[in-house]
Design a protein around this ligand. Structure first.
Ligand code: 6PG
Length: 241
């Protein structure tokens, strides 16, 4: 399902409303809730909005994860941890033990193995997968740090892998599709004209881009986009909200 919003602010508000509602419901139903956040710029405003007390999110019952991270210091401007701390974690009453950091201490391979083990242990004790995973869309159709032509795209066993883009001098750790596609609710956010082509390719299945491999097994997949990102969607595009 896809919903189109007039601009970035209304997209971000709708995302925050939806995530808050799901967090409250899951915490009420199960006593706790697991949320994996994406990095990048698009979700920043939604995270800022989510920090509002008015959402009454039971943060002490929320386990917070990252869908991917760059292997840079946590205070590096490229760090997803830094971005989520600035826009959300530093503004909410979430216990640090509920914030499950994805750090690249030592080797990227070892860090990925550690995260794989942690995720499998966590979900052997806390339900079968994430209640909510938030994902972004790259201009090349990547999501999380699952890039075109990457070996990580076909990984069927490991739930986390180390990857490196040729143009970057740092590794990344990313969740892989086996754990992503087990989630109960996967929400993509896409904003801006630079995402229009990739979004159209996902929706009309005109190219094998990584984001198309996000296909929840039993969960729900929802796209929240603004009209600039929706500019190349053809027939049957829903009306702008
Ligand atoms: C990352 C993100 C990545 C991001 C897309 C879109 O760590 O880079 O997880 O998957 O969601 O690249 O990024 P923007 O929101 O900045 O366009």
């Amino acid at each position: 399902m896809i919903r189109i919003f007039s601009d970035y602010e209304s997209l971000s508000l709708a995302a925050a409303d939806l995530i808050a509602e799901q967090l409250r419901k899951s915490a009420r139903d199960r006593g706790q809730v697991s949320l994996a956040l994406s990095g990048g710029h698009t979700p920043r405003r939604a995270y800022e909005l989510l920090s509002r007390d008015s959402y009454k999110i039971p943060w002490p019952k929320v386990d917070l994860f990252w869908s991917d991270e760059r292997c840079v210091p946590p205070d590096d401007p490229r760090s997803n941890e830094r971005m989520v701390r600035e826009t959300l974690i530093d503004l909410i009453p979430i216990p640090e033990k509920r914030v499950h950091l994805l750090r690249c201490a030592g080797s990227p391979r070892h860090s990925a193995e550690e995260y794989d083990i942690f995720l499998k242990r966590y979900f052997s004790e806390n339900g079968n997968s994430f209640d909510i995973i938030l994902l972004g869309l790259g201009e090349d159709g990547h999501t999380a740090s699952l890039f075109p032509a990457s070996a990580a795209l076909s990984e069927a066993i490991r739930w986390a892998m180390e990857v490196q883009r040729p143009q970057e001098d740092f590794y990344r750790i990313t969740m892989t599709f086996p754990i992503i596609n087990r989630a109960s609710l996967i929400i993509f956010l896409a904003s801006g004209s630079q995402k229009a082509r990739a979004l159209a390719q996902v929706m009309d299945r005109s190219a094998d881009i990584p984001a198309r491999l996000v296909q929840p097994i039993n969960g729900q997949l929802l796209w929240l986009v603004d009209q600039e990102a929706a500019a190349e969607l053809h027939v049957n595009a829903p009306k702008i909200e």
